[in-house]
Design a binder for this molecule. Sequence first.
Ligand SMILES: CC(C)(COP(=O)(O)OP(=O)(O)OC[C@H]1O[C@@H](n2cnc3c(N)ncnc32)[C@H](O)[C@@H]1OP(=O)(O)O)[C@@H](O)C(=O)NCCC(=O)NCCS
Length: 275
Amino acid sequence: MEPVATTSQAGRRRGPLVPRGDGHVRWRAAPSPLPRLRAGHVHVWRSPLDGRGVGGPARTLSAAESLRAARFVRPADRARFVASRAFLRRVLGRYLGQPPQDVRFVSGPQGKPGVFPGGAAPALAFNLSHAGGWAVVGVARGASVGIDIEPTSAHVGLDDLAGVMSPREARAMRSCPPADQARALLILWTRKEAVVKGEGVGLGAALDRIDATRPAEGPDRVCVDGWAAPCWWLARAGPDAAHVGFLAASAPIVQVRYWDDVGRTGSRGHPRAMP
Ligand SMILES: CC(C)(COP(=O)(O)OP(=O)(O)OC[C@H]1O[C@@H](n2cnc3c(N)ncnc32)[C@H](O)[C@@H]1OP(=O)(O)O)[C@@H](O)C(=O)NCCC(=O)NCCS
């Protein structure tokens, strides 16, 4: 689908109201060591969960994660959970200079996971999303991040999102050509969920008070009154053309790098510490 575009009062074509959120980004094999994660830089990682990826030894999971894995009824769901947690630990270990099994998590008031604060400042922030056959992780320093992906096969209709759209969002979605509407809704939802996950408030938040459409001008930013982080800057994070995805960061995004998890480690047998 082409993005929904708006036209300025002067008749000039503006940016898309609902930009593409799919895999039209350039993924590269992650080098070792990684480039420095500076202020305003965001790294997005992807890993397939269908067995094509690096996988990850279940032994890198904590006791609590292993217990959670054991509760999955379907072996395929269990395998995906183990693979996504091993991937998350592997990625974070690279920034923290720790073996994956040594990464310690903390939980925010509404369950948003973070890494146990180490000595390094500014603090490392991350967020994970898994859907379809992929897991993605967004990583930044000194800013919070949220990320969400959804498969394009998910069928979303106007009625499904009626209760969670702001008036502006509802107008934008209703004005979409019917052929484009399902995808526009999916993109809108993914943008909104990335922002909600960034703030860590969960889907119990007043979602209809969030306007996740792209501003007609200026940076792609979503602001929400009363939140700890009042504005969120968005970037694409779809792992492939069959998924839409967005990352939201609580500070302006200067650069996004997209890394494929190829499981490379530093010379000491565990990931090299990131500056
Ligand atoms: C977080 C949440 C939005 C995830 O939605 P989802 O589309 O099912 O899942 P995704 O794959 O995108 O993200 C899952 C990951 O998000 C992370 N996560 C969990 N809670 C989170 C939160 N509050 N904020 C941000 N990220 C969170 C975890 O890493 C999780 O990975 P896991 O499944 O391996 O544990 C949803 O589960 C939620 O709203 N949780 C909070 C509960 C809540 O709302 N509590 C208030 C009571 S109303």
